[in-house]
Ligand binder design. Sequence first.
Ligand SMILES: [Zn+2]
Ligand SMILES: [Zn+2]
Length: 315
Amino acid sequence: MCKLITHPHGGICCFENFLLESGPAFYYIIFMISDYIGAHVTTAGGVENSLLHADKIRAGGFAIFTRNQRRWEACDLCENSIRLFRERMEEYGYTADMVLPHNSYLINLAQPDPDKRARSFEVFIDELQRVRTLGLKFLNFHPGSTVGLISKRRGIEYISEAVNRAHSMVEGAVHVLETTSGQTNKIGGAFEEIAEIIDGVEDKSRIGVCIDTCHIFAAGYDISTADGWAKTMEQFDRIIGIEYLKGMHLNDSVGELGSKIDRHENIGMGRIGLEGFRAILNDDRLRQIPMILETPDRRNWDREIELLRSLIQPK
Ligand SMILES: [Zn+2]
Ligand SMILES: [Zn+2]
């Protein structure tokens, strides 16, 4: 007998109960499959509220900003928020590896101006400390931009240096580089650039990569078919290494393949389409990493999460 039931935060569990008779006793063997599919939820009213939002949309994983993403100044996390966040993580059954906090948009670790770069670094450290205070471990960040004033190679060196320095200042955090859409001056649109940054990082156990599906498609990696996804992952593994993949941002793309346009579309409504997402959702290598929606229609995230789950084919 086999029945599907729902996991506490929405993952699909397949309970196959094999009834084995042995004398008067019965043995039950239970298989459980869960996922980390979720969305980037709001922290309005306090970071602890993010858990309520994640639970409401039945997310198996989630992302948050730990401070205002568009302002340099930020208040400290208050004691009460920290305590409640940690308590709710347990209460709702989330663990640190299901959560992929996103850093502030203002941070640019490749900034050529030394004063501005120092300011970016200060905020970067503050974010890492917040992540650790909340009992989390990942911090997803955009690699940076040369702003057209230095070579990408120099920008990449700045990023690696910053990561190394941050490693020595904040223990335990894992820095996750997000792939970008290959816009002029922005670093991280090619797998080779991500690999170069990692190359310059001393502690490789604390650096990872997050693939944003919209960004890599816009950068020229065709993931709209199963073949395209397989080929892209073969490149990722050869150039960067699959072991560095720590998270995914699941977004369809408004722009065409190679357009370099960073505009997210709802799943199945853009140029990647459902076939591409089906291939991603059925890739066993991505089972236990956060898969985060950043699609425009946030009121629909619960349904979009369900749609993504419906693409998973039972093995
Ligand atoms: Zn991002
Ligand atoms: Zn993203």
